[in-house]
Design a binder for this molecule. Structure first.
Ligand SMILES: [Zn+2]
Ligand SMILES: [Zn+2]
Length: 392
């Protein structure tokens, strides 16, 4: 992305508010992409331009990191051309415009990426069309323990491959694609621009170099079809619920010697019945009695994968206090283990035996003069008085 790109209002281009979620952005983009797709507009240059704009906007806004940087730059520069000094900063992140990533990644697009790849391709003939495979998204659910230790999971992936019916040609068998009559198979047309010869993707064949008279009925001429495969992916230790793991090279295979895409695995972590986890710290909520907090006590608390440990509760401990047990959390990469955070919570007895009831009644009688709400009520009343004083 260049500094100049901050002048563009990508939200406006996609017709979404600044607060739009990624899902909303995607939905709006899909609708617009369908509408302005060059295939649906008989090669209209205006539609193609529009299409490029919405794709560019989507490319930035759909990427959390790029969107954040874009938002920040917009608020910093107010959408005007940035000073030269800001250029280095703005150019700090990649501007790679990989349509294979964008379209190939989700199954069901039916080869949109392929068609678009042709539109945007610059340079290179049809013979040596090396293409990186698409990135693929998948989801997996791990147990609490596997998330801590890391695990190897088998994932069934649906990605794009050559259509089996037409062998990827896009032409209905037994017909074959023909060399494009307009560009003679180069996929490019040159346009003279004030002395510069500018190579543009051929409009007739959309840069593919070939045209299909009779499209394959299976893939509607795209030459691509969804295909399933199973891959193994290593999920590293310490993954958190909702985290997205990148597994390089495990996406869709590349074409003509291109590198494979990446696999992105969204990890869900099943909750543990006893423990929670934040990073390398484990959490546990432990019920205590009112007397244990008031009088103090040594109580046993469970640890994950180890024997229970005893913690000391000092007299007069408030409800909800967190005790830290070092070394009983999750082992980190550096070999050190995080802490176990123990929250004490008063369990109010639902049933009382005779002795306990009379002891509590005695306690009530002994503390009859104390009203724990006295201070609270006094402050609320004071505040009310001050407000009334303000009103004329
Ligand atoms: Zn052509
Ligand atoms: Zn086909």
């Amino acid at each position: 992305m260049s500094a100049k790109d901050y002048q563009k209002d990508y939200y406006k281009t996609l017709g979404v508010p600044k607060t739009a979620t990624t899902a909303e952005i995607k939905k709006s983009y899909r609708e617009l992409a369908r509408k302005y797709h060059p295939d649906a507009n008989k090669g209209s240059a205006e539609a193609e331009e529009r299409f490029k704009d919405i794709t560019e906007a989507y490319n930035v806004l759909s990427d959390e990191k790029q969107r954040k940087e874009y938002d920040e730059a917009r608020s910093m520069f107010g959408g005007f051309r940035s000073p030269a000094g800001a250029r280095g900063q703005a150019g700090g992140f990649g501007t790679t415009f990989d349509l294979g990533d964008l379209f190939g990644g989700s199954a069901g697009d039916g080869g949109l990426g392929d068609v678009l790849g042709g539109i945007f391709r610059r340079g290179g003939g049809t013979q040596s069309r090396m293409r990186r495979g698409a990135d693929v998204e998948a989801e997996t659910t791990l147990s609490f323990s596997d998330a801590i230790d890391g695990a190897t999971v088998s994932l069934r992936l649906t990605s794009e491959a050559a259509c089996k019916v037409c062998s990827g040609t896009g032409a209905k068998p037994p017909s074959m694609p023909k060399v494009c009559p307009d560009c003679h198979g180069t996929g490019q047309q040159s346009r003279n621009l004030g002395g510069f010869g500018l190579a543009e993707p051929c409009k007739t064949c959309k840069g593919r170099g070939m045209v299909v008279d009779d499209p394959c009925t299976e893939c509607h001429g795209s030459g691509r079809a969804p295909s399933s495969r199973t891959v193994q992916a290593r999920i590293p230790a310490g993954v958190a619920d909702g985290q997205r793991i990148r597994v390089p090279g495990r996406g869709a295979p590349g074409e003509n010697g291109g590198k494979p895409g990446d696999l992105y695995v969204r990890v869900r972590v099943k909750p543990h019945p006893v423990f929670g986890r934040t990073g390398s710290e484990l959490t546990v909520s432990v019920p205590v009695t009112i007397t244990e907090l008031a009088l103090g006590a040594d109580i046993k608390v469970p640890t994950h994968r180890g024997p229970a440990v005893t913690i000391h509760i000092p007299p007069g401990t408030p409800n909800g206090r967190v005790f830290r047990v070092p070394g009983r959390g999750v082992r980190r990469k550096d070999g050190q283990a995080g802490a176990l955070l123990v929250t004490v919570e008063v369990a109010v007895p639902q049933e009382l035996n005779k002795k306990a009831r009379s002891a509590l009644e005695e306690l009530r009688a002994a503390t009859a003069g104390e009203d724990p709400r006295e201070e609270l009520l006094r402050r609320a009343a004071q505040e009310l008085q001050m407000q009334e004083g303000d009103d004329p």
